[in-house]
Design a protein around this ligand. Structure first.
Ligand code: HPA
Length: 246
């Protein structure tokens, strides 16, 4: 089985138990990935890790080179990608502290390099994106969450917004009417690019705040960070279990 890759999001700057053996600076036709890709060993499994915001979280969501990141992971011959995404919760049950394994996406992003299809080779890339997340990989994540006793939501619709600003309360109401459960800024075009490359891809979302207008507090980064620290521990546990089950 080809090794798994983890794309870390806000709050997941490294994998605690990963013994890093090598770092790969991959040059891609699309420029540079967010940072060199770590290759290492977690228990008896090989694993690749890439923090999509780069080290010290310098790259904002709309400026991430999603194409270079996915292309580089495929170049490293990873078998599947698990993405970690921090999100705001819209649906009542998706409270701060909750992990969500989303099953659907609504894309509100714009102006991002969102496809490998440059129209040059005469091949149309109308990928089937009916199910944006790989079913088998989602099932593996759900089984791991069950086995490790990690409270989670087994499905959810992810709204990908442009950022970097957070939403207005009217925008969040609209997302709710659209059927979205959580909102984040990095889920797209990442999921679609993985699909274009034929890489099985799934996401683990960490709800770090009630989406705009749904909580009593103003949204502060400090508040999100507190929740993130707690959830990051659960995510690390989930990933370890995922690997143990493989
Ligand atoms: N909106 C968009 N992205 C986010 C949020 C949010 O409320 N929280 C964390 N990432």
């Amino acid at each position: 089985m080809r090794p798994l890759a983890i794309i870390g999001g806000t709050g997941i700057d490294d994998l605690e138990d990963l013994e890093v053996l090598k770092e790969h600076s991959v040059q891609t036709p699309y420029g540079e990935p967010s940072e060199p890709i770590q290759e290492g060993q977690l228990g008896e499994h090989s694993l690749f890790f890439l923090q999509r915001h780069g080290s010290h979280r310098a790259i904002p969501p709309h400026m991430i080179n999603y194409r270079a990141n996915l292309w580089a992971l495929q170049f490293m011959e990873v078998g599947a990608v698990v993405a970690i995404n921090a999100v705001g919760g819209i649906t009542e049950s998706m409270r701060p502290g909750r992990l969500v394994i989303p099953h659907q996406v609504v894309d509100y992003t714009w102006g991002r390099e969102h496809t490998f299809d440059d129209g040059k080779d005469g091949k149309l890339m109308h990928i089937d994106f009916t199910e944006p997340y790989a079913r088998g990989l989602r099932m593996e994540l759900l089984a791991a969450a069950e086995a490790a006793n990690i409270p989670h939501e087994a499905a959810g619709v992810y709204a990908a917004t442009q950022g970097p600003r957070l939403e207005t309360s009217a925008e969040v109401q609209r997302l709710a009417r659209d059927g979205c459960d959580v909102v984040g800024m990095t889920g797209m075009p990442e999921a679609a690019l993985a699909c274009e490359l034929g890489l099985p891809y799934a996401s683990v979302c960490m709800v770090v705040n009630p989406a705009a207008g749904l909580g009593t507090l103003p949204l502060t980064l400090a508040m999100m960070r507190d929740t993130l620290v707690r959830e990051a521990a659960a995510v690390q546990q989930l990933l370890s279990q995922l690997l143990r089950n493989r």
